[in-house]
Ligand binder design. Structure first.
Ligand code: M6R
Length: 608
């Protein structure tokens, strides 16, 4: 999704803006641009290539104040004319994340008033609107405030004026934005990682906030225009954690970080002798005692984590659990139940659909809310009563990997805590699960050792156009996740089915050109799965089976076996995810795609 960086300093801000944009590249974008105020004029540079191209084009640009942007197209194709910043009458420049829903009405009105539009974007109306109020003698702050009052939709914006070299204005509603606090300089960004080279001191703007930012001070006003103080926080994100290090891609690095990410997420639990609800927040025990069902809301990979959790929750805690795609739930007339625990799962904590689904649930009387999230300061965490933070560290690759496995670990903890509170977990069982959780990072490490073997296997997929993933029970969502990973980064069309469903339709697709990848844990459904695999083999399908030890599935012509460790019981979905991530990664390498920034996708989906 789009990214924003801005700076007002006593030094040339262009290198700060460019480095910030480079650090936001992982979010996904198709064009980039910046504007600085220099000698009373706006100097704008835009590029439809990578930030590296913008850097080349900006070699002779300098200024002490400026704003910059990476654009992920919504209104209007990726092109130079649609790239931000957008400028009104050489006076006002704006960068914008989000979507303005009433832009057509505003565009017609502004055109009638004499404004000339040079792009197809919704953003350009903001620039002209601000100009229209500024030209009437309002300050830049007041002009922006008046303009925002006319907008319907979501935004995070940065604004500068050619005749005001000392102040930039920024505001947010529905899209994240933060201030960076320096000495004699201040910054704005849509993501803290953009600012780490210049400051760690950040102020997260809240919904409806607008700020006037100068070199030595800043003032924040809330949605009602009242001056407010927002806490200065020290970001815990380390600069090294966003460096590539010895790895070829962030995705590869993040796959390998999973043992550590799981160890960090489970740290407090594994260091104690028993599980307590307090890990979800002070009110957790009382809240959990009051619930009779669970509703999980999430998107994409996080939704798959929710699907795994449903199996755990219903089997171990006997609490009814439903899992819904957030973008569907938010528009569905459903039956509210105030005794439901609403669990939102999100890596970023900023996904627009998940946020809207949570707000929708709350508006319908669901007050028991829990966020499972990787970003402590994110909107979802702030909106929920309870939280469990995964400690995966920054995830840069668009394809989610370590965020997923740490979400699973967090959801398993939720299952155990609820089971214990309901008297469905004996002390012995609790100790056994704690022991297995302590062992999990090293078990994951062992699976990572399959990497060279999977790299070779991936060669067989380079010329394929389709793939089928199979799983059963707890591992059906893992098949879904494997298929999602493959399609996201290799662009191979992949589908996942519960293996028992094959004969009800998808078997018609199977032939020698359709690789079938199966997750084969040594669990209660193994024999059923074996029969399903026979159905595939009998139709000439090529099988790739990730099989636990002692499954007795034999390699044969057309049957390739990848040997997994011993069955890990309830934690098995976490282990079986790893080889599917590696497979997608190495197939993408074979295909030569942009692994960390796959086409058309964005890391944080902050628009609907
Ligand atoms: O940040 P979130 O977990 O809320 O993001 C949800 C999805 O957009 C995300 O999981 C997406 O599906 C990933 N690209 C999957 O790899």
């Amino acid at each position: 999704m789009c990214g924003i960086v801005g700076a007002v300093a006593q030094r040339n801000v262009v290198p700060i803006l460019l480095e910030g944009l480079q650090r936001l590249e992982y979010r996904g974008y198709d064009s980039a641009g910046l504007v600085v105020v220099h000698n009373g004029q706006l100097e704008r540079v835009r590029s439809i290539g990578r930030v590296a191209e913008l850097t080349e084009k900006s070699a002779n640009t300098q200024g002490l104040i400026g704003i910059a942007h990476t654009r992920w197209a919504t209104h209007g194709v990726p092109s130079l004319r649609n790239a931000h910043p957008h400028i009104s009458k050489d006076l006002i420049a704006v960068v914008h994340n989000g979507i303005i829903e009433n832009y057509e009405v505003l565009r017609t009105r502004l055109t009638t008033a004499g404004y000339e539009f040079t792009s197809d974007t919704d953003t350009e109306v903001i620039a002209h609107l601000i100009h229209s109020h500024y030209a009437r003698g309002n300050s830049l702050l007041l002009a922006t405030q008046a303009s925002l009052a006319e907008l319907i939709g979501a935004y995070a914006i940065g604004v500068v004026a050619a005749d005001n070299p000392d102040q930039l204005i920024c505001a947010r509603r529905g899209s994240p934005l933060l201030l960076g606090v320096g000495i004699g300089e201040h910054f704005i960004a849509s993501d803290v990682s953009a600012l780490l080279p210049v400051t760690r001191k950040v102020v997260y703007l809240e919904e409806g906030d607008i700020a006037e930012v100068g070199r030595h001070s800043y003032q924040i006003f809330d949605a009602q225009g009242k001056r407010v103080e927002r806490a200065v926080q020290i970001s815990e994100m380390s600069n090294e954690s966003v460096q590539l290090g010895q790895y070829r891609h962030y995705m590869q690095k993040e796959i390998h970080e999973q043992p550590q990410a799981l160890a960090d997420t489970l740290e407090s639990v594994c260091n104690s002798q028993s599980l307590v609800p307090g890990i979800f927040g002070a009110e957790a025990a009382a809240t959990f005692a009051d619930i009779d069902s669970i509703l999980i809301l999430a998107c994409g990979t996080s939704y798959h984590a929710g699907l795994v959790a449903r199996y755990w929750l219903e089997e171990i805690t006997a609490i009814r659990c439903t899992v819904e795609v957030a973008s569907e739930y938010r528009y569905r007339i459903s039956v509210p139940n105030p005794k439901t625990l609403v669990v939102v799962i999100s890596q970023s904590g900023e996904t627009a659909d998940t946020q809207a689904a949570l707000n929708y649930a709350k508006a319908h009387g669901h007050l028991h809310t829990l966020a499972i999230c990787n970003v402590p300061e994110s909107a979802l965490v702030r909106l929920c009563k309870l939280r469990l933070l995964t400690r995966a560290g920054p995830e840069i690759g668009v394809a989610s990997t370590k965020a997923f496995t740490t979400q699973l670990a967090a959801l398993f903890l939720l299952t155990l805590v609820l089971a214990k509170q309901r008297g469905r977990l004996t002390t012995e069982q609790e100790q056994k699960h704690l022991h297995e959780l302590r062992h999990l990072p090293s078990a994951v490490q062992k699976v990572l050792d399959l990497e060279p073997e999977i790299a070779i296997l991936a060669e067989q997929f380079a010329n394929k156009h389709h793939a089928l993933f199979l799983g059963r029970g707890l591992h059906y969502p893992i098949a879904l996740e494997g298929a999602l990973k493959l399609k996201e980064i290799s662009y191979i069309h992949a589908e996942a089915y519960p293996a028992g469903e094959l004969k009800h339709g998808p078997l018609a697709l199977v032939d020698k050109d359709m690789p079938v990848i199966s997750v084969a844990p040594n669990d209660a459904l193994l024999e059923k799965l074996k029969s399903n695999l026979q159905e595939v083999r009998a139709r000439g399908g090529e099988l790739y089976v990730f099989a636990d030890a002692n499954t007795h599935i034999q390699a044969a012509p057309g049957i390739h076996i990848m040997q997994m460790p011993e069955h890990a019981g309830y934690l098995s979905p976490i282990l079986h995810t790893i080889p599917l991530q590696l497979l997608a990664y190495y197939v993408a390498l074979q295909k030569g795609t942009d692994v960390d920034k796959p086409r058309n996708l964005a890391k944080s989906v902050t628009v609907e």
